[in-house]
Design a protein around this ligand. Structure first.
Ligand code: GUN
Length: 292
């Protein structure tokens, strides 16, 4: 059994990005610039955005953060999106989700110029990804592909079961895993209404768990020699921790790990890769790799 070390891999990739930024800037090119919009004071979102800004610095990017109170109107937010669309210095930007109830997330996502949509959430990027065209791919599925590649986990022709059908993880992951140029696997997507989810899992060579239910995947659901990727990051109360919680994955790691060829831990698996993939997308944006 080999543990897939997302933290170490992410650190390596950050160094690769920083080295490339140095080369670009030394050759007289423009330093990539990522902007982020953060609405309200949700603890999780604050932490994510703070980390994104820190990682931008580590990669040698310019970053700018636009903060709005919870009470901001949809109109004001859309106006900020439009300013960033027009700002020629900004290569890419994100609007941290979730947004307050009174704002339509879909409307905001669709207002973002798809050429700057480094989250890969805009329907143009989602559609281009689905048909295998160059585009921004959302960070979590992109990070998982990167881990599978770097650890030489064979996926071609393998049976891959994805647990969860969210727009951010399950659906794009299924698209990518089925495509010849990425996973080239046989893909099954299971969700809360799947009839025999356990049986599907037991037949899988690769399980990607993204349902947000702590320790849902147990040893009896995993085939000997399978690869298990755990996307879960549910905060569960833990009085022994300074901040009062710990992160729990979707996989019962201790009993599942001994059966696996490869497995990602939580924390330190998929999580650290996501911000890193946002940085890769920002570098692509700076280089105008996908769009003029
Ligand atoms: N909220 C949780 N994950 C993400 C993400 O990848 N991007 C944005 N914009 N918001 C998120």
């Amino acid at each position: 059994m080999q543990i897939i070390d997302g933290k170490r891999t992410a650190a390596l990739i950050k160094e690769e990005i920083a080295a490339e930024v140095d080369r670009i800037v030394a050759a007289g090119g423009k330093r990539p610039h990522l902007s982020a919009i953060l609405v309200g004071h949700d603890g999780g979102s604050e932490t994510y955005v703070h980390n994104k800004v820190l990682v931008c610095e580590a990669c040698g990017f310019k970053s700018t953060l636009y903060r709005f109170e919870e009470t901001v109107s949809e109109e004001e937010l859309l106006a900020q999106v439009e300013r960033l669309n027009q700002d020629e210095d900004v290569d890419g930007f994100i609007v941290q989700l979730p947004l307050p109830q009174h704002i339509s997330e879909q409307k905001v996502i669709e207002a973002i110029d798809f050429r700057k949509d480094v989250d890969g959430f805009h329907p143009v990027n989602v559609g281009r990804m689905a048909i295998g065209l160059p585009c921004y791919i959302s960070a979590t599925p992109k990070g998982i592909l990167e881990l599978l590649q770097r650890y030489h986990v064979g996926t071609s022709g393998k049976k891959c079961v994805i647990l969860g059908r969210s727009n951010i993880v399950g659906k794009p992951m299924a698209q990518l895993m089925m495509q010849k140029q990425y996973g080239d696997a046989t893909v099954t997507v299971c969700h809360s209404h799947s009839r025999d989810l356990k049986k599907e899992c037991r037949e899988a060579d690769i399980i990607i768990a993204a349902i947000g239910r702590p320790e849902f995947v147990t040893a009896d659901m995993v085939k000997e020699g399978a690869t298990v990727i755990d996307v879960g990051t549910t905060r569960v109360p833990d009085a022994t921790k300074k901040n009062g919680f710990r992160l729990s994955g979707d996989v019962k790691f201790d009993e599942v790990a001994p059966k696996c060829a490869f497995i990602t831990p939580v924390p330190g698996g998929v999580g650290p890769m996501t911000i890193c993939m946002l940085m890769k997308n920002t570098l692509s944006a700076g280089k105008k790799e996908f769009y003029e």
